[in-house]
Design a protein around this ligand. Structure first.
Ligand SMILES: [Mn+2]
Length: 308
């Protein structure tokens, strides 16, 4: 049985407090529980001050057989940031924006280049998703048909080393698959509508709640954009979005990624997002799963940020 833990983003001290709250204790070099294991949902790095300590702790648990650590989009970005593109640059360009996103990680590894490179190699071994009899887990978006497609590439839910170059090429299907599964499903807004993202950039591609039926919700409820700008004659026509969604009768699914705020709660009895924005000074959340098909809010646990 698993305790499933959301995005950590370099806040090792919060992770230790959460593990202790869940009755894990450190022995023989790793946190352990007498009869449970942890499933981490990815995004261990960037943002927080203790990236290296977070990675050490998570990897120790994985190496000791006490945890599974999935890949998040930040780990994938870090792989691409370090992977030569064959033309003198990198698959993820070292632009100001990309350097800024990775800054806290680079800073924490300053003077420890070998250690940094060893984690980059380790990231390549992280599984992209996990499924058991009783639940599913992925960093951002469970799309069954895309996961079926990904099965042609993966071995043991991991991408083979030699496929990362293809995965970092925007012109490949593999890139699209990882983009959706690890960064979430996005749709283009109807003409005339846009929104501003958290960095103030105007955008018309918006993340959507992929577990809701677009035929039955408003555009405001479906999308993650807080405030729309502009107007449209065409309005929102759900008939334009027939891609399917994660239905009420599927297995419980756990994911992180969406920077939720406030008191942790379930999205639905089979849908649980565990990213409660510790990376922005809020909470680190977990769900104690005991095999149930209907998730219950009383099994959510969390710790508050306590300052640096
Ligand atoms: Mn993420």
């Amino acid at each position: 049985m698993y305790d499933i833990i959301g995005d950590i983003h370099g806040y090792a001290s919060a992770l230790k407090r959460l593990l202790e709250k869940l009755d894990y204790r450190k022995s023989d070099g790793a946190y352990r529980h007498p009869d449970r294991k942890v499933l981490f949902l990815g995004d261990y790095i960037d943002r927080g001050p203790e990236v290296r300590e977070t990675l050490r702790l998570v990897r120790q648990m994985v190496d000791a057989g006490q945890a599974i650590a999935l890949m998040g989009n930040h780990e994938l970005n870090a792989i691409f940031y370090n992977e030569p593109d064959g033309r003198g640059g990198y698959l993820r360009p070292h632009s100001e924006k990309n350097r800024k996103q990775h800054r806290e990680t680079l800073k924490d590894f300053e003077g420890n280049r070998d250690d940094y490179q060893s984690y980059i190699s380790w990231f390549k071994t992280l599984p992209l998703f996990h499924e058991t009899e009783s639940f599913r887990a992925i960093h951002a978006c469970w799309d069954s048909s895309m996961i079926d497609e990904l099965q042609n590439h993966v071995e043991g839910n991991m991408l083979p080393d030699e496929d990362f170059r293809e995965a970092g090429d925007r012109n490949t299907r593999l890139y699209d698959l990882l983009e959706t599964l690890l960064k979430g499903r996005e749709v283009t807004l109807p003409e005339g509508l846009s929104f501003r993202d958290k960095d103030g950039h105007r955008r018309d591609e918006v993340r959507v709640r992929w577990w809701l039926d677009p035929q039955k919700v408003t555009l405001e409820d479906w999308s993650f954009a807080e405030e729309m700008e502009g107007s449209t004659n065409g309005n929102f026509d759900p008939a334009d979005y027939q891609d399917g969604y994660y239905t009420e009768d599927e297995k419980p699914v756990f994911f992180g990624h969406y920077w939720l705020s406030g008191k942790p709660e379930l999205e639905r009895s089979n849908v649980c997002c565990l990213d409660y924005s510790i990376g922005k000074g809020e909470k680190l959340a977990a769900y104690r799963h005991e095999g149930e098909e209907e998730l219950v809010e009383s099994k959510l646990n969390w710790v508050e940020w306590q300052g640096r």
